[in-house]
Design a protein around this ligand. Structure first.
Ligand SMILES: [Mn+2]
Length: 353
C-alpha cells in the first residue's frame, strides 16, 4: 500500500513491473490523472515513458468537478478498451474504477480504502512525502533511464508545495533546468484548471512534447497563449473575490463568494496567512450550479480532515473532506451546504437554492 519507506524508489519501480506483467504488450494503457501540475506531470511522465518503451498509452484528464468514479469518466476510459489502467494523483479509494481491469494507483492523498486487485504506489505518510509526479518518475525507472523526464517530476513537487521537502531529484532538476523556469512553468501549467472551462488540453500537450520548462515559459503557439490567457482570467477572478470579508464563528472563518473559476483554494490560502488562529473555509457558490465547492486551510496545524469529519453533514458523499490534513475541502449540494454552515453557527453563509 504505502511505498516501503526504507526504499520507496525501488518499491515504486517493482510495483510498475508487477502491473505491466499483467498487461499484454499490444494492449492500451489508459493513464487517468488529475488536472493540476502534479497530476498532469505524472500523466506526462507515465505516458512518455510507456510510449518510449513501446507500449500504447493514452492520457485521460478529469474535467471540472469530475472524478474517475463518475460514470461519464469511466465511460471515456472504457472507450479506449484498455488492457490496463493507471490512476495518477486522483486519490485512493476502495471502489475500482474499471472492475476487472489491472490497475496501478500512483497517489499521495490519504487513502480512504484499499482498492482490490490494484498495485498501489502511495506516498501518503512517507517522510518526506513524495508527490504523484515523483512517484510516477520512480515507477517508470522500471522501463529504463528517465533522466530527461526529471523536470516533469520537479513540476509536480513544486506544484504541490514540496519544494522544501529535500528530495535530491528536485535539486538535480533545478540545477539542470533552472529554479525560476521550473517555478514559472508550474504557475502556467496550473492556471487552466482554475478557469471556468478548466481545459487541461493545452498544458498536457506542452508537457507531452516539451524538453524542459522553457518549452512552456518561452514557447510560442496557441497552447502557450492559452496558458497565458488562463492566468489572466484567474487573476481577475481572485482580485474580485479577495474583497469579500470573512464571517467568523468561534475558531472558523468563512469566506463566501461566487465565481466560475476554481479560486477557492487560492482565497483560502491567502486568508490562512491573515487569520493565523482560525480554520479558514473559502466557499464558492458559482463553480458549479447547485453546489458549493470549498477549500479549507489553517495555520493552526489542526488536522482539517478530522475537523471536517466532526462536522460532516448528513448526505455528504465522497466529495466531502478528502485530501490532506493541512489542505482539504469538498463539494456539497446547496441544501446540504446550508445544513453544514448552520452546524458551524454561520447561518448567514447559507446559499439560496
Ligand atoms: Mn498531487
Amino acid at each position: 500500500m504505502t511505498l516501503n519507506p526504507a526504499d520507496p524508489r525501488t518499491a515504486a519501480a517493482s510495483g510498475m513491473a508487477r502491473f505491466l506483467g499483467r498487461i499484454a504488450p499490444d494492449e492500451t494503457i489508459a493513464v487517468a490523472a488529475h488536472f493540476d501540475a502534479d497530476g498532469l506531470a505524472a500523466a506526462a511522465i507515465l505516458t512518455r515513458a510507456l510510449r518510449t518503451a513501446g507500449r500504447t498509452a493514452e492520457p485521460v484528464i478529469v474535467g471540472k468537478a469530475q472524478t474517475p468514479w463518475d460514470e461519464d469518466f469511466a465511460g471515456r476510459l472504457r472507450g479506449l478498451n484498455p488492457g490496463g489502467l493507471i490512476l495518477a494523483d486522483l486519490g485512493t479509494r476502495a471502489e475500482p474504477v474499471l472492475a476487472g481491469t489491472p490497475t496501478l494507483i500512483v497517489d499521495h492523498h490519504r487513502p480512504t480504502g484499499t482498492p482490490p486487485d490494484a498495485v498501489t504506489l502511495s506516498g501518503h505518510a512517507l517522510d518526506p512525502e513524495p508527490t504523484s509526479a515523483l512517484i510516477a518518475w520512480w515507477a517508470t525507472t522500471a522501463l529504463g533511464d528517465q533522466s530527461d523526464l526529471l523536470w516533469l517530476a520537479a513540476l509536480g513537487l513544486i506544484g504541490d508545495m514540496a519544494e522544501a521537502a529535500g528530495f535530491p531529484e528536485l535539486a538535480e532538476a533545478q540545477s539542470r533546468w533552472g529554479k525560476t523556469a521550473l517555478r514559472d512553468a508550474v504557475s502556467l501549467v496550473n492556471a487552466p484548471r482554475r478557469t471556468a472551462a478548466a481545459d487541461a488540453g493545452p498544458a498536457l500537450r506542452l508537457l507531452l512534447a516539451g524538453d524542459g520548462p522553457k518549452a512552456i515559459t518561452r514557447g510560442e503557439g496557441p497552447d502557450v497563449q492559452a496558458l497565458a490567457a488562463a492566468k489572466a482570467e484567474v487573476r481577475d477572478a481572485v482580485e474580485a473575490a479577495r474583497r469579500v470579508p470573512p464571517r467568523i464563528a468561534g475558531d472558523v472563518a468563512l469566506l463566501l463568494f461566487s465565481s466560475p473559476c476554481q479560486i477557492h483554494p487560492l482565497i483560502a490560502q491567502q486568508w490562512r496567512g491573515r487569520l493565523r488562529d482560525k480554520i479558514v473555509i473559502a466557499a464558492n457558490s458559482g463553480y458549479r450550479p447547485g453546489w458549493v465547492h470549498f477549500a479549507t486551510r489553517s495555520a493552526t496545524g489542526r488536522d482539517l480532515l478530522a475537523f471536517l469529519a466532526e462536522h460532516r453533514p448528513d448526505g455528504a458523499d465522497g466529495r466531502y473532506g478528502n485530501g490532506h490534513a493541512q489542505a482539504t475541502g469538498g463539494a456539497l449540494p446547496v441544501e446540504i451546504w446550508n445544513r453544514f454552515v448552520t452546524g458551524l453557527g454561520i447561518v448567514e453563509a447559507q446559499v439560496a437554492p
